[in-house]
Every structure is written in structure tokens, then in C-alpha cells.
Design a protein around this ligand. Structure first.
Ligand SMILES: [Ca+2]
Ligand SMILES: [Ca+2]
Ligand SMILES: [Ca+2]
Length: 419
């Protein structure tokens, strides 16, 4: 048995050697065929990282790995190195690039070695791309706070493989300096003298214009520079205005923390492109009016407390504070959807008095609280709700003697479309 096995083994080895020899005898032929095939289909691509990137200390710079033509590409493996003393990268933040379109079936897997400063990314889709150019992947690097202004840092593209090597990359990235590598120049932190401003208001007369008495003071507004990640926050003044100054040009997002006592008009985020030397105004957040459960009787004494006066604004602020404290201690609400966006920054969760849920539901469906054609019904509803709310809340904001407000004053407020 031992001898037989040896003979079989020798025989197999001999056959393998013969096949290998035959293969070696015609290597040039098979290689030429392979090259001709690739060239015939023009599957050749150039890949690189831009060398004119800039970013500031503490900022985030989005680094693309670009490709000139993605014809036939369905998968890419990308390897690069970076200087860990200047840059930091989170694998979870790496995203597929523009060539994949919406990327509904695009998969990205990334592995970042923080200590070594190396990244390996696999990106693929279920079908090959057509002739598009753009980025294969986007890497949002964070720049160290102690990065030296005017210094540069290299993004060393070390290897790119397309479709498991079926598509040639030319010039081929190599470890170390080559023409495909990227470069980031560290610039001074972006500052400027431009501004963005606007109002938060309750559009009681439904004209989409900030009118007298429509201000909502004390609302938190957050501004984010979407390219650097820098964030700023302020609150609206007594006239409902807010302003961010000393801004650098760039893309910004403005987010309003929804004042919970108000019926949300639905737009709580705005995006603005700030062009140097400009000051976009009227970046306004429009609310539809106080939710009925927050209309306090005290506000109805408008002869004593003129709409838009300091006293009026103080009462509005108190109502907001009360609403937020009420909401933060309650978890049930039909207004949850509109206020969920702001929960993080204002600690106002959601929730309204149980006794007012039905009314809140009806207003949340999109109907303004007030409408000329429905003055009478709304007035009676709001009055009864206000009364119910007063009972439900115990002591309303303001003094207890407001319960004696006469109906005429209430009617006057609503007849003037103040809500
Ligand atoms: Ca390189
Ligand atoms: Ca208005
Ligand atoms: Ca809003």
C-alpha cells in the first residue's frame, strides 16, 4: 500500500509539472490576450486625492478619493495613510462618494488603524457604473486643534484596486509619494464679518410677514457651519429677532428649537449659503400661534397689557417657560412630532395636559388657530379651552385675579386676529 501510494503521488506530481511546463511555454500569448481584452474595453481609470484641500485647526475636512471615469466600476478597494498627529478619522463617518448616486445598494466597509494612520475601504454596488466621474468615497478627517497654520499634511494614497483588478488604475498609486496623493493645507480658523439674521414669530394674521405683536422672544436658534462643523447658539430678543455675526462665508444650517407652546408651521431648519460681504436677513421661523392650551386668560386683558408691549412679551416668555417645564415633566402628547426635533437642545420633551389633548389634535392637523371665516367658533372654543386650561393648571402664569377677565376683552383679541 505504501508503495502504491507513492507511485500515485509521483504520477500526480509528474502531471502537474507537465501542465506547469506547458503553461510556461506560452505565457506571452495568454498575457497579450488579457491586455488586449482590457484595452479593447477601455477599462482604465485614473484615481487621485485633490492636493489643494484646506482646513483649519479643530475643523473637519471632507477628503474625496476621485476617479475620472467610473465606467464598468462596481467595486473598489482603497488604501491610504495619513499623519495621525494632524488628522483623525472615524471609520463610521466614511461614506460612499458621488459616483454611486443615491447609493441605495452601495456598501461601504472601512477599517481605520488609528495608531498606524492607515485606512482600508471597500466600496461596492450590485451593478457596474456608467461613464461618470466624481468621488469613490468621502473621508471626513478631523484636524487636530494644535495643527500648525500654513503647514501641510499629505494623504498618501497607497493602493486602489477596481473590480478586483479587472480595471487598471493608471497612474497606479504606490506607498510613498506619487502623483495620486492628496495634500491638505492648514489655514487659520475661518472668521469673517458677515452675518445671518432673522425672526421667530407667530404669524397670527397669516400673512407670512413678521408683524407687530407677533414676536416670540427667548427661542433658541442654533447655527452650524456644515463644512467646518462649527456651531453657534443664541436666543431671540424681545422683538423675536436673532443674529449671528462675525461669520465666515460658507454653507450654514439654522435650526430653531420649537417653542412648545406654539403650533408649529413645520419648518424648523433652514440652509443658507453665506457669500462673502453679504448678510442674509429674514431667515425667519414662522409659527402659527399659541396652542389653545397655552392661551392664558391674562393675555386677554389687552387693554391693560397691549400686544407687543414689554408686559405682553414677559407673559409670552413665562408661558413658554411654563410650557417647557410642563412638557419636560410629561411624556404623553399629541404634539410630540413637532417638538421632538428640539428635545436635545431645550430639554423640552413633549406632552400636554391630558384635558387638552383633543383640542391639540385638531389644531395639529394643519389648521391655523384663527381664520376670519371661523372667528366665532374659534373664539368660543379657545375661550372654553382657556377656562378649562386654567382649571387644569391651577395657578396660571400671572395673577389669579385674571380669571375675572371679561368676555369682551377676549372677543376683542380674537376679533383682531391676534391668535
Ligand atoms: Ca502614494
Ligand atoms: Ca404676520
Ligand atoms: Ca417652528
Amino acid at each position: 500500500m505504501c508503495v502504491d501510494a507513492s507511485e500515485v503521488s509521483l504520477s500526480e506530481t509528474s502531471k502537474q509539472q507537465e501542465r506547469l511546463w506547458q503553461a510556461l511555454m506560452k505565457p506571452s500569448r495568454s498575457r497579450r490576450l488579457s491586455v488586449e481584452s482590457l484595452e479593447g474595453r477601455r477599462l482604465l481609470a485614473a484615481v487621485n486625492i485633490p492636493d489643494d484641500l484646506t482646513s483649519a485647526p479643530d475643523a473637519i475636512v471632507s477628503v474625496p478619493v476621485n476617479i475620472d471615469s467610473a465606467t464598468g466600476v462596481r467595486a473598489a478597494e482603497i488604501r491610504l495613510s495619513y499623519d495621525t498627529s494632524v488628522l483623525d478619522l472615524d471609520a463610521d463617518d466614511i461614506d460612499f462618494g458621488s459616483i454611486w448616486g443615491a447609493g441605495s445598494d452601495t456598501q461601504v466597509t472601512a477599517n481605520v488603524d488609528d495608531a498606524a494612520g492607515t485606512v482600508v475601504i471597500f466600496v461596492s454596488a450590485s451593478s457596474a457604473l456608467t461613464d461618470v466621474s466624481g468621488s469613490l468615497v468621502e473621508l471626513p478627517f478631523s484636524v487636530a486643534s494644535n495643527a500648525v497654520v500654513d503647514s501641510t499634511t499629505v494623504l498618501d494614497l497607497t493602493q486602489v484596486t477596481l473590480n478586483e483588478g479587472q480595471i487598471s488604475v493608471d497612474p497606479a498609486p504606490v506607498s510613498g509619494s506619487d502623483s495620486t496623493d492628496g495634500l491638505i493645507t492648514i489655514t487659520a480658523a475661518a472668521t469673517g464679518d458677515d452675518s445671518i439674521s432673522g425672526f421667530v414669530y407667530a404669524d397670527a394674521n397669516n400673512d407670512n410677514v413678521v408683524g407687530t405683536g407677533e414676536a416670540i422672544p427667548g427661542v433658541t436658534v442654533t447655527l452650524t457651519n456644515t463644512s467646518t462643523g462649527a456651531e453657534f447658539q443664541t436666543t431671540t430678543d424681545a422683538d423675536g429677532s436673532y443674529e449671528f455675526t462675525d461669520l465666515a462665508p460658507g454653507e450654514y444650517e439654522i435650526v430653531q428649537s420649537q417653542p412648545v407652546a406654539y403650533l408649529d408651521s413645520g419648518v424648523n431648519e433652514l440652509t443658507v449659503t453665506l457669500v462673502e460681504g453679504t448678510a442674509p436677513e429674514d431667515q425667519n421661523f414662522r409659527e402659527l400661534g399659541l396652542l389653545p392650551q397655552y392661551i392664558f386668560n391674562r393675555l386677554h386683558t389687552n387693554t391693560v397689557m397691549p400686544v407687543g408691549s414689554d408686559n405682553w412679551n414677559d407673559a409670552i416668555s413665562e408661558i413658554n417657560t411654563f410650557a417647557e417645564s410642563t412638557n419636560s415633566s410629561s411624556a404623553t402628547s399629541s404634539a410630540a412630532a413637532s417638538s421632538s426635533v428640539v428635545a436635545a437642545s431645550t430639554s423640552s420633551a413633549s406632552g400636554t395636559e391630558a384635558t387638552t389633548t383633543a383640542t391639540s389634535d385638531s389644531t395639529a392637523s394643519g389648521e391655523p388657530l384663527m381664520d376670519e371665516s371661523t372667528t366665532s367658533p374659534v373664539t368660543s372654543t379657545a375661550s372654553s379651552v382657556a377656562t378649562a386650561q386654567t382649571a387644569a393648571m391651577g395657578t396660571p402664569v400671572g395673577s389669579g385675579d385674571d380669571d375675572s377677565d371679561d368676555t369682551a376683552a377676549v372677543d376683542e383679541v380674537f376679533a383682531n386676529n391676534l391668535f
